[in-house]
Ligand binder design. Structure first.
Ligand SMILES: Cc1cc2nc3c(=O)[nH]c(=O)nc-3n(C[C@H](O)[C@H](O)[C@H](O)COP(=O)(O)OP(=O)(O)OC[C@H]3O[C@@H](n4cnc5c(N)ncnc54)[C@H](O)[C@@H]3O)c2cc1C
Length: 324
């Protein structure tokens, strides 16, 4: 790695110390807006370009009942609006935003309410709801919740598996009887070596092997990566296993590699863009900025300029709001 790369990565690691206002500015390309109306207009723009979407209401680690109820209401409102606009879009939900931080039964009930909203929101079985995967400590709980939902007969729900985790291949085997609809990604959460692979090439290798394991097991797979090596490998796997168009899609994050998404779309593949929206931008944005070390230098310069302004105006903190 070059010196510049090392410096950028060090700054990226310090991003959680950056004032919320600056994080918000740099993360703007990754966010569909603060309001549902803004996010819907992004979805309309994506749909017009032939790209599907998955809406995510920003927020995580909700510890109080009122917060869970507000999150359920936000999702049900989003689903109703997607139906009203006949949008090509589903939703993604974070268990920790829907009660898992309280207990898994509460989370189950909240997700059932979202699923009921999804079922009512369109003909043909309803819109699809994807359970995002969070830190490794939540993986078993999330997979157990997914199994429970499927055993209750709820079909329009899927999960996410993270290629970096050592346990994922065993999880694929354990879930095989459900033929789950899986979003496969590398995994964004930093995990210790005992839990997750640290080496970039090892994670790529795991992704490639898991994709084939899932396709052999008859899963529909959402291939969620911007890594061109893995996209090329996935195209080879789709050929190798003669996967029909309904058996896979590519997924990317809003604001990342839109060029690659459009190229895949033009080549005839289904592509879905993850569109987070809402006011609670901090956690999501920090993860995106950390993944994009090139932005870290700009963040550092802006932070410095902000500090200098703050000193000139006698402020102790860079944005006067507190640093997280
Ligand atoms: C639709 C979708 C849903 C996801 N859901 C989850 C989930 O539920 N749980 C979870 O743990 N992880 C999730 N992830 C995140 C994922 O695990 C990775 O952290 C993320 O996608 C980056 O990995 P990559 O495969 O794109 O490879 P990388 O090697 O990280 O990126 C490949 C290339 O993409 C570009 N790139 C990637 N990220 C950025 C960025 N932020 N800004 C600018 N350029 C960038 C760069 O050119 C980079 O070289 C999701 C990812 C996607 C696309």
């Amino acid at each position: 790695m070059s010196d510049v790369g090392i410096i950028d990565r060090a700054v990226a690691a310090a991003i959680p110390l950056v004032p919320t206002r600056l994080v918000r500015t740099f993360a703007a390309p990754y966010i569909g807006g603060e309001t549902l109306e803004q996010a819907l207009s992004v979805v309309r723009r994506l749909n017009a370009a032939g790209l599907a979407a998955s809406l995510d209401v920003l927020g995580e680690d909700v510890h109080d009942e009122a917060g869970v109820r507000a999150m359920v209401a936000a999702y049900r409102q989003a689903l109703a609006a997607l139906a009203a606009g006949s949008a090509d879009a589903g939703v993604s939900v974070k268990p920790s935003a829907l009660g898992a931080a309280i207990d898994w039964d509460r989370c189950h009930d909240a997700i059932v309410e979202v699923l009921d909203g999804a079922a009512a929101s369109s003909a043909g079985g309803g819109r699809f709801v994807r359970l995002d995967m969070e830190e490794s400590a939540t993986v078993d709980g999330t997979l157990a919740l997914y199994r429970r939902l499927r055993e209750e007969g709820r079909e329009r729900v899927g999960i996410v598996l993270q290629a970096r985790l050592w346990c994922t291949s065993a999880d694929v085997k354990a879930l095989a009887d459900l033929a789950p609809d899986v979003r496969l990604c590398k995994g964004i959460y930093l995990e210790p070596p005992s839990v997750g692979m640290q080496d970039r090439e090892a994670i790529r290798h795991s992704f490639s092997a898991l994709l084939r394991q899932l396709l052999r097991a008859g899963s529909r797979v959402a291939i969620a990566t911007h890594d061109e090596v893995l996209v090329t490998d996935a195209l080879a796997a789709i050929d190798e296993y003669s996967v029909p168009a309904a058996g896979y899609e590519f997924q990317m994050l809003l604001g990342v590699r839109g060029d690659l998404a459009r190229t895949l779309r033009r080549a005839g593949h289904r592509v879905r863009i993850y569109v987070p929206f809402g006011k609670d931008v901090f956690g999501y944005s920090v993860r995106r900025l950390r993944e994009n070390p090139a932005v870290a230098g700009h963040v550092a310069r802006a932070l410095l300029a902000d500090l200098v302004r703050g000193v000139r105006h006698g402020r102790r903190r860079p944005d006067g709001q507190g640093v997280r």
